[in-house]
Design a protein around this ligand. Structure first.
Ligand code: AMP
Length: 371
């Protein structure tokens, strides 16, 4: 099976690494001009239609590792080859207003929000919802980009100009206990499997640490998250891995923040920490194969390596540490690698996380809610 992947970054690279044992081949179509997969057959898409034809001629089915793609392009591909997840999933997930409307329709709680199209409307929404509020561009935002926290309605004009986008979503600021995510996989036959939820530590909007399974997560909370993501998967008739990022509030409740129609950074722990990784399960799903066991082997923490790399030998000297490098050049803020750390107890795991962070020049201090 030759799998076409839209996007050619590290997520595509890790998909390919998981697919080679299944004798899959990979052809990537890069729309950014900066492919980094460094694996498989990478084609640069530059609006030349024969390139798209060449890509389609090579592949049996198409998936993606990046959702900020022109929906029309994905729809055009869908006319010729199976695309999993569908263009509808992309359309919804690349637009925060569409995403929130779907959460509302399915009864999945979210922070209270308003849509605004003018600086005055932003100021009015900040007054109505009560500061602080978070303003986010409806499209194109990721990793905290295209966002501003407004602490006083008088800051609305500056926030509007700094985001520079014609349509924003304004959300009440959630006083969360922790950020968590749930990753689930739906097969072509509708079978769904769920990974244990992860706690995610972000700094400046960028994920730095993900840890799963959680020592203090009530089964009912996992069940609630499973129900929310199952509703989304079924509503979108989804095939593949879907990620839902949530805030957990003081009363144990969950509020949806956003979703990603793809394998996700908060699921990288599963490469070494779960019986079947998110990457392998995505490939199984889109090819109509049985889904693999999502159980965790051991408490696992994923540490992102951002901006500057650490010394590989030092990192690998940590027992049960697994280094995954993306073969990219160092640049501030760039995701270069991740380290998966495994330990039989959470106490030992946290110790390893501290050792690992001390070896990474740019790693911020980790602080998990259960420490
Ligand atoms: P997002 O791009 O929507 O995932 O936002 C990036 C990060 O900003 C999140 O991971 C949170 O840390 C923070 N954030 C976003 N929305 C809110 C909110 N409504 N309340 C509190 N923090 C938020």
């Amino acid at each position: 099976m030759n799998i076409g992947v839209l996007g050619a970054g590290q997520l595509g690279r890790m998909l390919a690494l998981a697919g080679y044992p299944l004798a899959n081949r990979f052809t990537f179509l890069d729309t950014t001009g900066h492919p980094s997969a460094g694996i498989g057959d990478v084609m640069l898409y530059t609006d030349q239609h024969h390139l798209l034809d060449d890509f389609l001629a090579k592949v049996d089915l198409v998936t993606y590792e990046f959702e900020h793609l022109p929906v029309a392009l994905v729809q055009a591909i869908e006319e010729q080859k199976p695309v999993y997840p569908s263009s509808e999933a992309i359309r919804v997930c690349q637009n925060r207003a569409e995403e929130k409307a779907l959460f509302d329709r399915l009864g999945i709680p979210t922070p209270v929000y308003r849509l605004v199209e003018h600086a005055d409307e932003l100021e009015a929404a900040a007054r109505e919802l009560g500061c602080p509020v978070v303003a986010k561009s409806v499209t194109e935002g990721y990793d905290g980009k295209g966002q501003a926290v407004i602490r006083d309605p008088a800051e609305a004009g500056d926030a509007w100009r700094s985001i520079g986008h014609p349509r924003l979503i304004v959300e009440a600021f959630v006083d969360f206990v922790r950020e968590v995510s749930i990753i689930a996989v739906r097969g072509r036959d509708g079978q769904v499997v769920f990974y244990p939820m992860a706690e995610n530590v972000h700094v400046d909007g960028i994920l730095r640490y993900s840890l799963a399974p959680l020592p203090d997560l009530d089964d009912t909370v996992q069940q609630t998250a499973d129900d929310y993501i199952r509703a989304l998967l079924d509503a979108l008739d989804y095939v593949g891995v879907l990620t839902l990022e949530l805030f957990q509030t003081r009363d144990g409740g969950l509020m949806a923040n956003e979703m990603a129609p793809r394998v996700h950074n908060s699921g990288h722990w599963s490469i070494d920490g779960a019986v079947t990784s998110q990457f392998e399960n995505h490939l199984r799903a889109i090819q109509g194969l049985p889904l693999g066991d999502t159980a965790a082997r051991m408490p696992t923490c994923m540490v992102n390596v951002i901006g500057r790399e650490g010394d590989s030998a030092d990192l690998l000297a940590i027992p049960d540490a697994h280094l995954h490098r993306y073969d990219k050049g160092e640049r501030p803020g760039r995701k270069l690698a991740h380290v998966n750390l495994l330990a039989p107890t959470h106490a030992e795991l946290l110790e390893k996380v501290r050792t690992c962070a001390a070896l990474l020049p740019e790693a911020p201090a980790s602080r998990f809610s259960f420490e």
